[in-house]
Ligand binder design. Structure first.
Ligand code: SPV
Ligand code: MG
Length: 290
């Protein structure tokens, strides 16, 4: 299902960020058809920085909660794979076991730093990173969609370097290329797309260039847009506001209209299903008499 979304050159698809079971459930109920297990957002929800402070096993556990929350395919932000080819293939194998549909690996060095923090991040050597991709492909074959993410533009290199890397990663077996940019306009990723000519599908993350209309990406035949961190950022703003008001007012009356009701919480997590199951398994006779 993820392969059809990411690897189709026809229709633009969207992946919504999730970082836990609740954010995944809300994204699914809102109508999204696929999820991005964001490294930044998962780290943030654990109280860590997006600098490989969370371990690969903590990532895999978070992904399991996301996968378990519903039927949507999950593309996992695998950072750089937590080390060399061996760490990357281990991560991919564990993600596959936990039900992920794909993994995105970026050509950063361990420990990575979030793309928007600082500049001139060190890039992995092309051949070494291609080895990570090949090792992952040899381990999971086509059971996991493999997205190769290029950090060259983030790190301040020219387009030629990004294209060189894209071709090398395609040769190494990537299924799609994620081209990342920190510019506030989409110019950089659009010139990449023009030069790349869709040798492999292109995935983008318009976190900084959010003003560009989606029609521009359709025209450029981008395959997938990732909304990478917006539920996490929405949660921060909402939680901060409610904390401030309750602290100041020593009362919750004024925040009640702006927060989810308990009934909404019970509905989201399907408490009704548990009640039906109880009738079936705890009191089967009562169920039969209905
Ligand atoms: C993430 O969501 O963790 C990403 C995207 O990698 S970004 O933070 O925009 O680099
Ligand atoms: Mg990330």
């Amino acid at each position: 299902m993820l392969r059809a979304q990411v690897c189709s050159n026809g229709e633009l698809s969207f992946l919504m960020e999730a970082h836990d079971g609740l954010s995944a459930t809300i994204a699914q109920r809102s109508g999204f058809k696929g999820l991005w297990a964001s490294g930044l957002s998962i780290a943030c929800s654990l109280g860590y920085r997006d600098a490989n402070e969370a371990s690969w096993s903590q990532l895999v556990d978070a992904v399991e909660r996301i996968v378990d929350s519903g039927p949507l395919p999950v593309l996992v932000d695998g950072d750089g794979g937590f080390g060399n080819f061996n760490n990357a293939r281990l991560l991919a194998r564990k993600l596959l076991q936990r039900g992920a549909a794909g993994v995105a690996l970026e050509d950063s060095c361990f420990p990575k730093m979030n793309s928007f923090v600082g500049d001139r991040h060190p890039l992995a050597d092309i051949d070494e990173f291609s080895g990570r991709l090949r090792a992952v492909k040899d381990t999971v074959a086509d059971d996991l969609v493999l997205v190769a993410r290029i950090e060259a533009l983030i790190a301040g290199y020219e387009m030629d370097e990004a294209l060189l890397r894209a071709h090398a990663y395609a040769d190494a077996g990537a299924d799609a290329i994620l081209i990342h940019s920190r510019r506030s306009t989409a110019d950089e990723i659009l010139s990449f797309a023009r030069a790349w000519q869709n040798r492999l599908p292109v995935v983008i993350v318009p976190t900084k260039y959010y003003r560009t209309p989606i029609s521009v990406y359709r025209k450029a035949r981008i395959s997938t847009v990732i909304w990478a961190n917006h539920s996490m950022r929405a949660a921060i703003a909402a939680m901060r506001q409610v904390c401030r008001r309750i602290l100041a007012e020593e009362n919750t009356a004024s925040v009640e209209p702006n927060i989810a009701t308990l009934d909404e919480v019970f509905e989201l997590l399907k408490y009704d299903e548990l009640a039906r199951a109880e009738a079936l398994y705890l009191r089967p006779d009562a169920e039969l008499r209905k």
